[in-house]
Design a protein around this ligand. Structure first.
Ligand code: ATP
Length: 636
């Protein structure tokens, strides 16, 4: 039994090809993790790095509490099952299963007990005397599993173990493996390109594409809240329908105009849409799953549906369900490969639909997904990172959430009188405080509650693990330094106070590694130096590096920077400083413009990147906004 931690793992092959980029995740003991993605996305490479069959170019792999980057496969306490079974053809099933135990000099009685126990659990006892060639594919794969089971490994790695089997056998082996996982109570990592295997077996799924992780989540969340168009299209059969559209903002509703017709955007979506500026003509991609579109029925007279006409082109009756392909714009001229107006509908088989029929289809508007037209990222956020609120400014006063407050100098200098829209990071909203609202909705997102608070005309999101009374008024607070006013020169660094310093590495006295930035020299802690040398070797000394660090930490190292500007947010003050032509923010301690100040550098809470090949060499993600807001409050 073991947990695993993968931190900034990279694989760069000798030919320079980057097969895996910045793979980070924590795997809990007994989880069943599935890596899924199209051919060549890097899933097998990642698995092989965990197994020790492939060297890790950069990053840290832990099994339990041990960093195992440099451990041989046999010392990692893992067992791997391959697609090809890799059985010894000249040995019986018994000897194949017993082989690794014999090598490890386990006593004969013990070997016999373990082999028979494994064979029993896999239903292959009657074949123990046979040679592999006298077995079916499914039986061979069971032998391969048996060989892994007898070793009692902490972690089971399975690389497409079922892909050589026919569809029926695959389905039954799928449930066998799930049962095996439950019985063994061990961590499983399973690689497949089959999304059905991923959805049915995984406790969590890692979707990969071109060497990059796209999303890590439970099957349910991956299906309901895909992070981007790729994930949305990869998971689910038949594939999600996608339509290029533009927003059409009208008095009564915001519409999604897809050319062949318009769908309403239900008001509940609005507060959760990323990048709140929705204007007519702005492009967006609509996604809707075939199972969320229905053949129109008189009883569907709900505000949650929009009805469109379509002409059926193909009907696939699959027994319990039927897939209907229809055209939403049958009169438009198009060539044969143009399926941008095709709709796939998955429905029960008791409908009588034929090719050529004119039908009415109902889109379930509550199940619509929206993706950025350029990046393909989902624009509907489960927990909005930022939401927007209405406010007005008069003189030096701000009216927001029905409360009037004095504007601090840093904001006052930057804004104009009148109505403004204010962007607020959800992480800056706290329970209790000067603003009042009413809870109108509660979403449970993983282990957090997301409360929708109506205050004035705005919806404010409060994210908290706490259970808040839903009835009556609720008080909340927001640090004004975290608010961004429209038109304001936003102090981006006040969010996280991060700074990125370019440095190079140099060896002093052959053993002491140092970072050099202009005139300043910082000794590199031994552990950090070792990890960087493990990855880069001697080339490290010729590499352009950068240190990303939090200027708000108490670090062991110091350097001087010049104050360029001071931003006064009342309770919170920040100074913009310059150091070797790099500008960033620090927490202000009544600094004057032009003054030289000391900046702390905490290498233990920093990220070192190889800028030449864009690889994170070592380090942890520095702390983020919420903690900083809290720290400031505590030290006040
Ligand atoms: P598949 O399902 O086809 O096995 P995969 O997601 O498991 O795909 P990997 O085997 O991890 O993909 O390979 C990822 C990428 O790395 C591929 O583009 C592959 O061509 C490349 N690759 C694998 N081995 C090497 C190598 N030794 N040298 C260079 N490139 C390699």
């Amino acid at each position: 039994m073991a947990s695993l931690s993968l931190k900034h793992i990279y694989k760069v092959y000798d030919n320079g090809f980057k097969a895996v980029n910045d793979f980070s995740m924590d795997i809990a003991d007994k989880e069943f993790i599935v890596f899924v993605g199209p051919s060549g996305c890097g899933k097998s490479t990642t698995l092989r790095m965990i197994a020790g069959l492939e060297e890790i170019t950069a990053g840290e792999l832990k099994i339990g509490d041990l960093v195992v980057n440099n451990y041989a496969p046999k010392d990692r306490d893992i067992a791997m099952v391959f697609q090809s079974y890799a059985l010894y053809p000249h040995m019986t099933v018994y000897d194949n299963i017993a082989y690794s135990l014999k090598i490890s000099k386990v006593p004969k009685d013990e070997i016999d007990r373990r082999v028979r126990e494994a064979a029993e659990s896999l239903n292959i006892t009657e074949y123990l005397d046979r040679k592999p060639k006298a077995l079916s594919g499914g039986q061979r794969q069971r032998v391969a599993l048996g060989r892994a089971i007898v070793r009692n490994p902490k972690v089971f790695l399975l690389d497409e173990p079922l892909s050589n089997l026919d569809a029926k056998l695959r389905a039954s082996m799928r449930s066998e493996i799930t049962k095996l996982h439950q019985r063994l109570q061990t961590t499983f990592i399973y690689v497949t390109h089959d999304q059905v295997e991923a959805m049915t077996m995984g406790s969590r799924i890692v979707v990969m594409k071109s060497g990059f992780v796209q999303q890590i989540d439970t099957p349910k969340n991956i299906y309901n809240y895909p992070a981007n168009k790729f994930v949305a299209g990869f998971i689910g059969t038949p594939q999600m329908n996608f339509y290029d559209a533009t927003y059409d903002v009208k008095e009564d509703f915001i519409y999604l105009d897809a050319g062949f017709g318009k769908l309403r955007l239900l008001p509940d979506f609005l507060p959760k849409i990323k990048d709140q500026v929705i204007v007519s003509g702005k492009k967006v991609c609509i996604g809707i799953r075939p199972e969320n579109i229905y053949l129109y029925d008189e009883r569907m007279k709900s505000d949650n549906y929009d009805i469109l006409d379509a002409k059926v082109s193909v009907v696939e009756a699959l027994g319990s369900e039927t897939i209907v392909y229809a055209d939403l714009d049958p009169n438009r001229e198009k060539n044969i490969s143009d399926n941008t107006t095709e709709v796939r509908i998955k429905m029960l088989s008791n409908f009588d639909v034929h090719a050529g029929d004119n039908i009415k289809v109902a889109f379930d508007l509550t199940r619509i997904q929206l993706f950025d037209a350029e990046t393909g990222e989902s624009v509907i956020q489960r927990i909005p990172a930022v939401f927007s609120s209405d406010a007005s400014i008069k003189g030096d006063e701000l009216e927001i959430y029905g409360t009037t407050i004095k504007l601090p100098p840093a904001v006052l200098n930057q804004v104009h009188e009148g109505y403004v829209s204010v962007n607020v990071p959800t992480s800056a909203v706290e329970l209790g405080g000067k603003y009042v609202g009413e809870i109108v909705k509660k979403d449970v997102v993983d282990t957090e509650n997301l409360y929708w608070i109506k205050s004035g005309k705005s919806i404010v999101f409060l994210k908290t693990p706490a259970d808040v009374e839903l009835e009556g008024k609720v008080n909340f607070d927001i640090n004004i330094a975290a608010m961004k006013f429209s038109g304001e020169d936003y102090v981006a660094h006040r969010i996280n106070l991060l700074a990125k310093l370019p440095v190079t590495a140099k060896l002093e006295n052959k053993s002491n590694l140092q970072f050099v930035s202009g005139e300043d020299i910082f000794d590199v802690p031994f552990d950090m130096a070792q990890k960087m040398f493990n990855t880069k070797g001697k080339k490290l000394l010729k590499t352009n590096l950068s240190i990303l660090f939090n200027t708000d930490n108490d670090g062991k190292y110091h350097f001087s920077a010049k104050v360029l500007d001071v931003k006064d947010y009342g309770d919170y003050k920040y100074a913009k400083v310059s150091y070797n032509n790099i500008e960033f923010y620090v927490v202000d301690k009544d600094y004057q413009v032009g003054q030289m100040v000391t900046v702390n550098l905490d290498l233990d809470d920093s990220l070192i990147t190889d800028e030449d090949s864009d690889i994170i060499l070592v380090g942890s993600e520095p702390r983020r906004l919420q903690k900083i807001v809290n720290t400031n409050k505590e030290t006040k």
